[in-house]
Design a protein around this ligand. Structure first.
Ligand SMILES: [Zn+2]
Length: 230
């Protein structure tokens, strides 16, 4: 079994764990797009490696070693993405696939050097946290733009789904991390939002897009209720 495959399973378990989902064989199979028996087979191998604890009919759990291993792969992935964007001038929509390959390299020094050159960033170009060498990262909880009410203001901090198509669309609309939105109107029919940003004219964003835009309301929040009172 190639190491790369094992590492991709570790990542999948990591993402399921951090999203708060129970890591079952079914969930893992679905996320890796393999059959249940295939997933089951791999789980036995990961358990033999000492990366996960597995009891039949119970959700999988990382061992401390397994969790660190997964975090370090994600660290390499996100450092690569940041390096490609910040140092090499790639667009944020161009870097994921390259990072998918780079994350399996064993040359730790390369990634340490990237980290240093970047000034030890804590987030990647899509706003996802970069674990440090101990696997520790700041877990920030953002709200999705779709949860902000009319009159609310919110700043874009992360994209929950960094698919090329979505990122390209955001590029076309001039939306990037740090963009400050004001919600003008929410359509009752399909929950699409009319928003204002960067002094742009009013722009309509679909609910599917708004759901994936993770924003920080705490600093810029103007609640409708508060507006009405003042
Ligand atoms: Zn990526």
């Amino acid at each position: 079994m190639p190491t790369q495959t094992k590492e991709n399973y570790l990542k999948a378990i990591y993402f399921l764990t951090t999203s708060g989902e129970a890591v079952t064989v079914t969930a893992l199979g679905k996320s890796m797009q393999v059959s249940k028996p295939t997933a089951n087979n791999m789980i036995k191998k990961l358990a033999a490696n000492g990366w996960i604890n597995y009891e039949k009919y119970k959700p999988l759990q990382f061992t401390e070693r397994g969790e660190l291993e997964a975090a370090l792969i994600i660290r390499k992935h996100r450092l690569t993405e940041m390096f490609l964007v910040e140092i090499m001038g790639f667009g944020w929509e161009e870097v994921h696939q390259i990072a998918e390959d780079m994350e399996h390299l064993k040359t730790e020094e390369l990634f340490d050097r990237m980290d240093e050159m970047l000034g030890y960033p804590t987030v990647d170009p899509h706003g996802s946290p970069i674990p440090d060498k101990e696997g520790v990262f700041d877990r920030k909880s953002y709200a999705s733009l779709s949860s902000v009410g009319v009159g609310g203001k919110a700043e874009l901090r992360a994209i929950s789904d960094s698919s090329v198509a979505l990122l390209q669309m955001l590029n076309e609309k001039g939306i990037s991390l740090g963009t400050k939105f004001t919600i003008i109107k929410i359509e009752e029919f399909d929950k699409s939002m009319v928003v204002n940003y960067r002094n742009a004219e009013e722009v309509s964003l679909s609910h599917e897009v708004c759901k994936r835009l993770m924003v920080d309301e705490t600093t810029y929040s103007v609640r409708v209720s508060k507006d009405l009172k003042s």
